[in-house]
Ligand binder design. Structure first.
Ligand code: HEC
Length: 435
């Protein structure tokens, strides 16, 4: 990439010196400077088409020179602002597998394309495809599917709907989930998927939630709607799934269930039916039994301690604790996810380990409830007795940051911890295994 940037800077200089020659020259002469085919197409193919293709979740396609040129202004704006591709985690915090973001050099190419006059270039000689690291599920041992298609409603959180479906686990013996992927039934309406684990003794409560509402599934928002906060996996557009870190897996008992939380968005396609499936790689044994720990201050649950007053632009709550007291011993964190609801503005999870060094696990500076993910650390972090884990959340409860409900911003009111759309959470979700 470095040599490419050098060429790029050179070509900007050339274009700048060229003066009027560039416009009065031979129209058939090969383009100088940055072009779509040579410079942008390889980046867009690798970094945008996971979503911006026909049938994808994004509202328009970016798969031809014409479509990209038509959207050029807004494309460059979003690329420079780093709102696209969606990768909200702060780049200085840590390094992650499957990083979707663009490098500074790639962003500079988009800007240079604009400066050089949005040239198409030569379709016969496109730039070499970009080598990107692609995580994928290496083997499928079990597929679970929603029992029936479901058509998201436009009357709930239009254009969004959060709905949970209870899917019985079919394996007859104890298994370990060592990989996870989702196959959205209708990628035009599926925004993201979280698979919660319901233990055998929790399944009846979920079946009751389902039975209490007409149609398949039941409304849920901040979680599974029931006791489980344990994830087996999560999926967002563009993901091909992945294996769990080598040697680790999540234990699943016979008689349990998966609670599939579907986030639908009907902005683009309208209310079309979906029947999503999830895929698991399973093993009978693993070296380390992992768990997904949703950690928050337990005192916040069912209390009014996590108070977010109305009309306050920056309310902060945080918690810090020695997580080895919860796990019973030293452990490693392999991935970190962060969770708030719609009033959240920024959130950060940090670890203070031996010697008092603070390390950033995940940090989101411009929280967007729509783009939640888990971030898999390239280097797992070891936690010993006495080390501290901290999560800090900020919310804006003024009128300007209210979600729009029925065409109007919601009226700011006192907000506390809870699962509902009007409640908030402050949660770190960590994939951990014993040392
Ligand atoms: C993971 C899926 C995904 C990827 C990858 C992705 N986009 Fe998007 N994009 C979306 C979705 C969904 C929207 C609709 C708005 C939203 O939900 O944030 C969108 C919206 C946009 C918009 C319109 C934003 C606005 O202001 O209205 C632009 C421009 C855009 N994307 C460009 C890009 C470019 C360029 C890339 C690659 C460099 C890219 N996107 C990669 C999913 C994606």
């Amino acid at each position: 990439m470095r040599s490419r940037l050098f060429v790029l800077l050179g070509s900007i200089a050339l274009a700048a010196c060229g003066g009027d020659d560039a416009t009065s020259g031979d129209p058939d002469a090969p383009a100088t400077g940055v072009t779509y085919y040579q410079d942008l197409k390889p980046i867009i193919d690798a970094k945008c088409l996971g979503c911006h293709v026909a049938g994808g979740i994004a509202p328009f396609e970016l798969d031809t020179v014409d479509k990209v040129s038509e959207m050029a202004g807004v494309v460059i704006e979003n690329v420079v602002a780093k709102t696209m591709p969606p990768w909200p985690v702060n780049a200085d915090c840590n390094q992650y597998f499957g990083d979707r973001s663009l490098t500074a050099e790639q962003i500079a190419l988009f800007q240079a394309w604009q400066r050089d006059g949005f040239q198409a270039g030569d379709p016969a000689h496109p730039g070499a495809p970009l080598q990107v690291e692609t995580l994928r599920l290496s083997r499928v041992d079990q597929t679970l599917r929603m029992a029936a298609p479901y058509t998201p409603q436009t009357t709930t959180e239009n254009p969004d709907e959060y709905r949970c479906f209870v899917i019985p686990w079919t394996a007859a013996t104890t298994k370990y989930v060592t990989g996870f992927a989702a196959q959205p039934g209708n990628p035009k309406v599926v925004h993201h998927v979280i698979a919660f684990y319901a233990k055998p003794n929790e399944v009846a409560a979920y079946q009751q939630l389902d039975a209490d509402e007409p149609g398949p599934g039941y409304r849920c928002f901040g979680g599974s709607g029931g006791p489980s906060r344990t994830w087996l996996g999560a999926w967002a557009p563009g993901s091909l799934g992945s294996d769990m870190p080598a040697g680790t897996g999540l234990q699943v008992e016979p008689g349990s269930a998966v609670i599939l939380q579907m986030h639908y968005n009907v902005l683009q396609a309208g209310p079309e039916p979906d029947q999503t499936a999830i895929q698991f790689k399973l093993d009978d044994t693993v070296t380390k039994v992992a768990t997904i720990q949703p950690w928050a201050n337990p005192q916040w649950l069912g209390s009014q301690l996590m108070h977010i007053p109305p009309n306050a632009a920056d309310t902060m709550h945080s918690f810090e604790f020695d997580a080895t007291l919860a796990t019973g011993g030293p452990f490693q964190i392999y991935s970190a996810g962060l969770h708030m609801h719609q009033l959240g503005t920024r959130i950060k999870a940090t670890a203070t380990t031996a010697g008092g060094v603070e390390q950033c696990l995940a940090q989101i500076d411009d929280w967007n409830f729509h783009w939640q993910g888990t971030y898999a650390l390239r280097a797992p972090l070891t936690f010993n007795r006495g080390d501290k884990l901290k999560v800090e959340c900020h919310w804006d409860n003024t009128i300007a940051n209210q979600p729009i409900v029925g065409g109007q911003p919601r009226t700011p009111t006192d907000v506390y911890w809870g699962e509902g759309t009007g409640d908030e959470m402050c949660l770190g979700v960590f994939y951990i295994a014993p040392l």
